[in-house]
Design a protein around this ligand. Structure first.
Ligand code: KG4
Ligand code: ZN
Length: 343
């Protein structure tokens, strides 16, 4: 990368869950490198993320991942203008590794430090491949830990219309996958298996929430899948995993699409984006694209690599925070339950 004088180059670090990631981002939207070291193989053995193992693995990997990110971008720390890092929400021990690393680099190099909200990162993933996308727009964030429907009013400014009352969408995918023996992480496995199943085979319930039209609840559909499995086992009925996967996925996708499009209409947003790990779900992308087309709404989604956890999205969010003047001090701490919009 040839750095021009007016360029703003950010080194970004992400370690909130089970991905150790670093990226170099130029002027907010150009990804010069995006290195992700996934711990999935390790956590698979336990059927989910083990926080203590995640923290230890982050410590082992983080220096190497940052070196690779700089190398691939063909820059050194001399070219970096600011260090961006996810400081919440997430696993406290995992977050701490990234935060401590970012502080150390920024302090040693006398660089500004910009703490980033993980969800703001997920939303910002949409800016990478869509140069035309700018706030305001409607955004549905569906990840392993979060389900939020928000209006992105400006960069880093959100109005939350709804959120999940219980499980996150990705969490429901993971739990149902475990129940039918698919293993961790369940989302991509259900996505794949559902292609062979009949989405209308079993009618799983969709939660109705009277006092929160844009809130979500996924524990009901998850329990319905477990009940269906128990019922089949007790009656010695055949269990068709692909039909369960397809029918469960349909129930979740229908709810997500319905609420997101309804909100976009009600708030007169002509653009709708999706973000987070579940946003890479094939059926969700297809159904949302169809519904948006019908409603005359432009639909945006990131490539799968930018949907699941990565540092490129954190670098993008850090850039917009940086130019707004957000700076964090050496007392920046990991905040496991950081609220969206807090700084
Ligand atoms: O955004 P992410 O990488 O981590 C969090 O911030 O939580 O999301 C991970 C979640 C997991 O629950 C995973 O099962 C789900 O995203 N996921 C998917 C797909 N790919 C990942 N869910 C449904 N379909 C997929 N293709
Ligand atoms: Zn995430």
């Amino acid at each position: 990368m040839e750095k021009q004088k007016e360029d703003i180059v950010i080194l970004a670090i992400e370690s909130s869950c089970d991905e150790t990631a670093a990226a170099v981002v130029r002027n907010g939207r150009e990804i010069c490198s995006n290195i992700i070291s996934s711990q999935i193989e390790l956590h698979k053995l336990y059927g989910g993320v083990v926080p203590e193992i995640a923290s230890r693995k982050h410590i082992e990997k983080i220096n190497q991942v940052i070196e690779e990110a700089l190398e691939q971008a063909e820059v050194t720390l001399d070219d970096i203008d600011a260090v961006g890092v996810t400081y919440g929400p997430g696993l406290v021990g995992a977050l701490l590794v990234g935060v401590a690393e970012a502080k150390a680099i920024a302090y040693a190099r006398n660089l500004p430090l910009v703490g980033v909200h993980h969800i703001e990162g997920h939303v910002s993933a949409n800016y990478i491949e869509h140069p035309d996308l700018e706030p305001p727009f409607m955004c549905l964030i569906v990840s392993g830990g979060h389900t939020h429907l928000v209006i992105v009013k400006d960069y880093g400014e959100f109005e939350i219309l709804g959120r999940t009352r219980d499980d996150a969408a990705g969490e429901a995918f993971d739990k149902v996958a475990r129940a039918i023996g698919l293993g961790y992480p369940g989302g991509p496995k259900i996505d794949k298996l559902a292609k062979e199943g009949n989405p209308d085979a079993i009618r799983f319930p969709k939660a109705k929430i009277e006092d929160g039209p844009y809130d979500f609840s996924f524990s009901g559909v998850k329990s319905a899948v477990l009940n269906h499995l128990n019922h089949c086992r007790m009656q010695n009925l055949e269990i068709i995993d692909a039909d369960i996967a397809a029918s469960f996925q349909k129930a979740v996708v229908d709810t997500l699409v319905e609420k997101a499009v309804k909100a976009a209409r009600e708030y007169k947003m002509d653009r709708l984006a999706i973000a987070g790990g579940v946003a890479s779900n094939g059926s969700l992308r297809l159904a949302m694209a169809e519904a948006c087309e019908k409603a005359g709404i432009r639909f945006y989604y990131p490539s799968p690599v930018f949907c699941t956890d990565n540092a490129a999205m954190i670098g993008v969010a850090a850039y917009y925070e940086y130019i707004k003047g957000t700076r964090h001090g050496w007392d920046l701490n990991a905040v496991p339950n950081l609220k969206l919009g807090e700084r």
